[in-house]
Ligand binder design. Sequence first.
Ligand code: PLP
Length: 470
Amino acid sequence: MRYVSTRGGGKPAGFSDILLGGLMEDGGLAVPERYPQLRAGQLGQLRKLSYRDLALEILRLYAGDVPFSDLKRIVEQSYTSAIFRSEDITPLRRLEAGVYVLGLSNGPTLAFKDVAMQLLGNLFENALAKNGAQLNIVGATSGDTGSAAEYAMRGKRGIRVFMLSPHEKMSPFQTAQMFSLQDPNIFNIAIRGVFDDCQDIVKSISNDLDFKARYKVGTVNSINWARVVAQVVYYFKGYFAATTSDDQQVSFAVPSGNFGNVCAGHIARSMGLPIKRLIVATNENDVLDEFFRTGIYRVRPSDKVHQTSSPSMDISKASNFERFIYDLIGRDGNEVKRLWQQVESDGVFDLSNTPHFARIADFGFVSGRSTHADRIETIRRVYRERGQIIDTHTADGIKVGLENREESVPLICLETALPVKFGATIEEALGRAPDVPVGLENLEQLPQRFEVLDADVGAVKQFIETNCRN
Ligand SMILES: *Cc1c(COP(=O)(O)O)cnc(C)c1O
């Protein structure tokens, strides 16, 4: 399997070549030359497999240049019942007749990003060990991504993580999750400022090519291809858990921000998994809902991004969306390049009057939007009627999923976080706190390890330099 850029430039590359990188040379995203197609009868074989074996069968299609024995070991290290608190890794539970919740959030940081990040940590360590190389991951987080990255990279040889977060602005639970890590290769940097300050510092470091090369700086952001492909596995797993025969269809409802999760659903469907609908759920930051309803992709200026009670979906643009548009417009890299140049200059492109937009339905996509009031109402109703507590992002997915559900097609709603991460909103909805998972009762009392720095690139660079020497 070789990878090309969504913008048509550069030479095709192997999985290992794009594993540690971010954007392709021409500024596009890596996509496979074509999606592997399921053979007749193959679903029946895959249906019998454990999560680990299923993951191995799917990942080997995309990571052909990682030796099979390495990939097997990496998958077996990543997807254990000890790490994911369940032998199923992503267990399916019933919400009501024909409606299910796929639990993606039982990993170390209680959000779905662990599923991909745990694999990525082991893939990175393996790749670096091959050539005795080092990697310093520098990132900015307001919560889920940073903690998932730290828990995936802790203790990994050849890797250090420098994670910037806004000082005293994350929830106490999220702060404790990150700052209680004592591993010597994990560095939490609390910046006196807001999330945008953290992101600006990371951008500025990424733009300093000299510094970047000298200190082997890399990232783990949501455009990383390996993260997307790791997520393809649980669409298969969810499909098998909700059906009994291979001619049935299901639909998925996906709480969406950067379009990474639902992009994996699109890939699973493109491989031949019988997915009827991919239901994209957004919060008040409805860039994606606007596109799927109107054909207009209009990014928001960062001061127009709403701070919501499903904060991991608070985005101004959807960084993986380019991968889907590439497929939608018939894999024409020059056209994708033109569209994103337009986004750069005007903040918008419009496909509404093109034959491409008319084909949206062929790709299974529908969408909807959910607000704070919807979230509260959905959390209350699911608790009252089903006795289950769901988190705010999952509530957005369930709300929009039920609105777009077809009676005869089972609906699988993806659970992207556990409610304990967003306790304040659960209290508001239910007048009670969510349960704390076993083993995390005392998380907020644990000693914390972090460095407070000013919102100053120089100070952060200095900190990285000092800690790279040790
Ligand atoms: C990251 C995240 C999302 C959004 O996923 P994308 O892949 O960016 O669309 C939704 N819910 C939670 C809890 C998240 O952490």
